[in-house]
Design a protein around this ligand. Structure first.
Ligand code: HEM
Length: 417
């Protein structure tokens, strides 16, 4: 069992046994090591989280919760909680991008931006983005994989995500470099995100980090001003223009997409593959292909690639019988909240209390959810589309990365079907 569930206890009393089989070879053990390699404090925080139901105060960290209901209450309360002051990602971005972030990321401009960008990623546009950005590369990977070649899925995920960035942002790319061009784009996004590393307890950036981050943003979005008037509506830039966003809004949104949708998506892709093998659920999925969408949803739940969401308290507020004071910090432990429901099962019914907490909740609910699902669906098809199982040849966990992920996950079709 990957993450054993104590079914004899009432749901509120369920505990993660992740720590008990942390030294084993099952899915939970690998996920545990993956989280530790990324940030050693993460498994500790996740473990602590199981006691944070509904809410717990931790010295120097602030409030933590792993209760889905409390998490949703907090994330749906923009009057008392913000991501813009110290402790939230918005505060990071304001230092890098400028004060306009305060309006666009969490102020009145945010509501307007979200309303107008609602149609950017629908099931339909997402499927089109995946087909356009990945079609040829996925077809090539699938052909060699099905022919018996080894495939490093972690590396391929980074290449694919780089290709998606190029597709979405209409970024100029040197095709002669092949996969390396896309690896570099992914690495640039990673570098930008890594600026947030070490900011779990303090989101004030030193001037040198701000300067580096600004350089990266310029590299990624500097072309937008020029291409904005003519960008094809198939790209996000073109679509942003068509829905009436300004150049500045489009640059801000593009930066957000880069940061929010690259590492998270790549992390989910390789971890989904590992889960399918480590839990043996790939065999059940092959026998019950109608659970493809559930298999993707479950993978998002169990991996929860954005394991925590930070906010700051703007004004005193009562939540779950406790008083959160202005200036305090709050952390929603999405990984724990989602994993307490039990191990990866492709036929686990939809969990109404969790909904899609792996994508957050409330006004900042992930904008790219449908795209992430379409991407993961395409990866499942790559891995199991020919009806044959696969195995893991080797794996390496990413060290000191913001989003826990495999550095390498080499897979191969199993000898016997
Ligand atoms: C498995 C993949 C993904 C996961 C787990 C994920 C998770 C999340 C979470 C938890 C948030 C909320 C953050 C908060 O409340 O502070 C978020 C926001 C966001 N995500 Fe995703 N994300 C994923 C993929 C993507 C993709 C593919 C895109 C687009 C290319 C994307 C775009 C965004 C944007 C723009 C926001 C900010 C929304 C706002 O502030 O209004 N994400 N994501």
């Amino acid at each position: 069992m990957p993450v054993a569930e104590d079914r004899s206890a009432p749901p509120r009393e369920r505990r993660l046994s992740l720590w008990r089989d942390g030294l084993g070879t099952g899915a939970a053990a690998h996920e545990h090591r993956l989280l530790s390699a990324a940030r050693p404090a993460l498994p500790v925080l996740n473990w602590l989280g199981q006691f944070a139901r509904p809410l717990m105060k931790v010295p120097r960290l602030g409030w933590i919760t792993a209760d889905p209901h409390t998490a949703r209450t907090l994330l749906n309360d923009p009057e008392h909680l913000t991501l813009l002051s110290e402790g939230g990602v918005g505060h990071l971005w304001a230092q890098i991008l400028g004060d306009w972030v305060y309006d666009l990321f969490d102020g009145p401009g945010h509501h307007d931006l979200r309303t107008r960008s609602r149609e950017l990623f629908t099931e339909k546009t997402s499927a089109t983005f995946v087909a356009r950005a990945w079609g040829p590369r996925l077809a090539a990977a699938r052909a060699s994989f099905e022919a018996g070649d080894e495939l490093d899925l972690a590396d391929l995920s980074r290449v694919l995500v780089g290709q998606m960035v190029v597709q979405l942002l209409g970024l100029p790319v040197d095709d002669s470099l092949g996969d390396d061009a896309y690896r570099e784009i992914f690495a640039t996004g990673e570098e930008l995100a890594s600026i947030a590393l070490g900011t779990t307890s303090d989101t004030t950036l030193p001037p040198e980090k701000i300067a580096v981050a600004r350089g990266i943003v310029e590299r990624l979005t500097g072309h937008i001003g020029e291409v904005f008037p003519t960008a094809h509506p198939d790209t996000i830039i073109g679509r942003c223009r068509e829905i009436g966003l300004t150049v500045q809004e489009t640059q801000g949104l593009s930066t957000l997409l880069m940061v929010a949708g690259t590492e998270t998506a790549a992390s989910a892709m390789a971890r989904t593959a590992a889960l399918l093998v480590d839990t043996g659920e790939q065999h059940r999925l092959l026998a019950m292909p109608q659970h493809r969408e559930d298999a993707v949803r479950e993978a998002l739940r169990v991996t929860s690639p954005a394991p925590l969401i930070g906010r700051s308290v703007l004004a005193d507020v009562q939540v779950a019988g406790r008083t959160l004071k202005a200036g305090e910090r709050v952390m929603v432990l999405t990984w724990t909240a989602n994993n307490l429901a039990g191990p990866y099962r492709i036929d686990r019914p939809y969990l109404p209390q969790n909904r899609q907490l792996w994508f957050g909740a409330g006004r900042h609910l992930c904008l790219g959810g449908p795209l992430a699902r379409a991407e993961l669906g395409a990866i499942v098809d790559l891995l199991l589309g020919d009806g044959r199982p696969f195995q893991i040849v080797s794996r390496r966990y990413g060290r000191k990365v913001l989003i826990p992920a495999y550095a390498s996950l080499v897979v191969r079709k199993s000898e016997a079907a």
